[in-house]
Design a protein around this ligand. Structure first.
Ligand code: AP5
Ligand code: ZN
Length: 207
């Protein structure tokens, strides 16, 4: 299936995308990870790093190209982190057809706690949380033994800016899919396992 996972920063898109990718044996396409892997790439608009560390969106041409390449010959995918504005919605509609559009809803205060407490594996990108999802051994990834680090954009000030950009620029994207009758909303504030149960049911019903 072609699955789109929407939600504010910290809603659990990355965490749940890993489940979706495994369950349906499809690639996880994430603009955030792709940009983090190419932070210092020189483009005519500057490097992704300058935008990401400020919590701003990276310019559309850079992000659109990443998505076009990743979706190009994929047979099914779970897309996370894109589209984030209305131009990206149009671009996506031109290159693919979506089977399931799912929104993870989480309250603002919970998002701030999740993001400022998040730790990610430096090697494989797995997500942890200092309180909600601790590894077996502090600071070490369960999956691969890599070191757990804090993302540059998970400081409180940058988190607030990312949430502001989400409300201003990405919420209209949610409204677009809602008005099209395509949006399935999931309570993202439950435990990760409960969110996954609801998400899997929603995708199974849509495909
Ligand atoms: P991106 O990497 O996409 O970040 P984001 O959208 O801000 O989302 P996050 O990765 O922070 O959160 P998530 O929803 O994946 O949550 P997670 O599962 O980790 O984008 C980063 C930057 O890249 C942007 O700011 C922008 O600059 C640029 N960019 C990316 N895409 C772009 C685009 N299309 N256009 C332009 N620029 C773009 O979970 C968060 C934490 O909560 C974790 O610690 C996790 O363990 C924990 N957690 C997860 N689920 C639960 C639960 N149910 N209960 C308790 N804790 C939980
Ligand atoms: Zn790891």
């Amino acid at each position: 299936p072609n699955v789109l996972l929407l939600g504010p920063p910290g809603a659990g898109k990355g965490t749940q995308s890993a489940n979706v990718a495994e369950e349906y044996d499809i690639p996880h396409v994430t603009t955030g990870d792709a940009l983090r892997a190419n932070k210092d790439m020189e483009t005519e608009h500057g490097t992704p790093r300058s935008f990401m560390e400020a919590g701003e969106l990276v310019p559309d041409p850079v992000v659109n190209e990443i998505v076009a390449e990743a979706l190009g010959n994929a047979e099914g995918y779970v897309l996370d982190g894109y589209p984030r504005n209305e131009d990206q919605v149009e671009y996506l509609a031109d290159i693919t057809t979506l089977d399931a559009v799912c929104l993870l809803s989480v309250s603002e205060s919970e998002l701030v706690d999740r993001l400022t407490g998040r730790r990610v594996c430096d090697e494989c990108g797995a997500n942890y949380h200092v309180e909600f999802d601790q590894p077996e051994e502090e600071g070490v990834c369960d999956e691969c033994g890599g070191e757990l680090i804090q993302r540059d954009d998970d400081t409180e000030d940058t988190v607030r800016e990312r949430l502001r950009v989400y409300h201003e620029t990405t919420e209209p994207v949610i409204e677009h899919y809602r008005e099209a009758g395509a949006l399935k909303e999931i309570d993202g504030e439950q435990s990760p396992d409960a969110v996954w149960d609801d998400l899997r049911t929603t995708i199974d019903e849509a495909i």
